[in-house]
Design a protein around this ligand. Structure first.
Ligand code: NZQ
Ligand code: ZN
Length: 385
């Protein structure tokens, strides 16, 4: 196991009827900005509950944060925070609203042009406003981690950043708030959480026994609950398991002390920036192809994954690996999520366009061995055609 430090300061308030707890969690004298997305938070009644819980506090609101939150939109929130001297951000939504709020938290106090935060991956953050969240979409883990991803529409750049000051102070996780999700977003959430786990698990062995078993438990839970999560939107127990699994897939615990990959995410971000494909859907395009191209570097872990997650224990090593990749692909496809670029009408032109973007963003040495250069990214994308 590698050396590591682990510190996660986010308080999780989990369960049905927990939105009212915000009243104790936000300081009484706070000047609050509620941030939300499009229409869903208002329509589902979650915003009304949040407003009620905040009681007499001074509250402003900023709606319209879009999926894959844009710098252009978020800068309007930054100006509101500065003009009204707001000092607490409350994000109500999915990963996009939470990530956007993290950007606003850092940008509002940043000395300089805030896009530099994304360009430098957050290493230049010195201060940030406190954030709380009410999660309405289990997927990204943003509710319990210190990372975020923002897009600059003007240049089609989608860049990640992180900083310890960006952990939410608290996150309210009420699984019943997910009952209104369209099936497509539930499928996206299952796949995003699955790939987060894979990015931290399917690398090379470092004898991190508990991280491995924990990751395999998260993967098996996602596989087990997936059909019911789609078929029965108001099955509380299933949604509770989905929500807590997705949070744990990216709250730092399974990634502590182990190598991490993240190439699927970095290539996927370029597909979203160029073609506006949902985040999770880009991951389903890249991952099976990447596992195939990287099968030698990942051999030991692929065999472990095949045996322990999919119970594939017979056949030659290569046959078992091929079968595990095929199972992964069918898991995504059965959720209605395509694993081929052709499903989006994309071909060789898209491969070249993504490669140019990867080059422009310095994504030329990806993966746990930093061996995914542009030539290898090309092979991965071609394998995804
Ligand atoms: O905008 P509204 O009307 O609210 O609708 C949203 C949005 O259209 C809808 N929705 C959310 N909760 C709902 C609901 N509809 C009905 N009922 C509810 N309860 O769902 C749509 C998608 O929302 P979004 O927040 O975009 O989805 P998700 O949570 O998948 O977030 C994706 C973003 O997170 C980033 C992605 O890159 C992408 O920008 N990620 C953030 C990570 C992190 N911070 O650690 C890690 C991830 O890998 C990911 O990159
Ligand atoms: Zn993701």
């Amino acid at each position: 196991m590698k050396n590591f430090e682990f510190h996660n300061p986010t308080r999780i308030v989990f369960g049905t009827g927990t939105v009212s707890r915000i009243n104790q969690l936000v300081p009484e004298t706070a000047r609050v900005l509620i941030l939300y997305g499009g229409a869903s938070a208002e329509k589902t009644g979650t915003l009304a509950e949040v407003r009620k819980a905040l009681g007499q506090r001074s509250v402003h609101e900023f709606g319209g944060i879009e999926p894959n939150p844009s710098y252009e939109t978020l800068m309007r929130a930054v100006r509101l925070v500065q003009a009204e001297k707001l000092d607490f951000l409350l994000a109500v939504g999915g990963g996009s609203v939470i990530d956007g709020s993290k950007f606003v938290a850092a940008a509002a106090l940043y000395q300089g042009e805030p896009w530099e935060i994304a360009e430098q991956g957050g290493s230049n953050i010195r201060q940030a406003l406190p954030i709380g969240t009410v999660l309405t979409l289990p997927a990204t883990g943003s509710e319990m981690n210190n990372g975020a991803v923002v897009t600059r529409k003007a240049t089609q750049a989608k860049l990640p950043f992180r900083h310890p000051l960006l952990f939410p102070q608290f996150s309210v996780l009420d699984p019943s708030k997910t009952f209104t999700l369209p099936a497509k977003q539930v499928a996206n959430g299952l796949v995003d959480a699955y790939v987060h786990t894979i990015e931290q698990y399917l690398t090379y062995p470092v004898q991190a026994s508990v991280q491995d078993r924990y990751a395999e438990g998260l993967l098996q839970t996602l596989i087990e609950i997936a059909p019911q999560a789609i078929a029965a939107p108001d099955d509380y127990a299933t949604r509770a398991n989905l929500m807590w699994t997705a949070t744990q897939a990216l709250n730092g615990l399974i990634g502590a002390g182990v190598p991490q990959d993240w190439a699927t995410h970095m290539i996927g971000h370029e597909l979203t920036a160029l073609y506006d494909i949902d985040h999770a859907r880009t991951l389903a395009l890249v991952l099976p192809a990447l596992l195939d191209v990287q099968r030698d570097a990942k051999r030991a872990k692929l065999l472990q994954y095949a045996a322990r997650v999919w119970n594939i224990r017979t056949g030659s090593e290569d046959e078992r690996i091929t079968a595990a990749i095929a199972q992964t692909r069918s898991f995504f496809e059965e959720l209605g999520i395509p694993t081929r670029l052709s499903a989006y009408g994309l071909g060789e032109d898209a491969v070249e366009a993504v490669l140019q973007q990867l080059q422009a963003h310095g994504m030329t040495a990806l993966g746990e061995h930093r061996d995914i250069d542009l030539a290898r990214s090309r092979r991965i994308l071609q394998a995804a055609l």
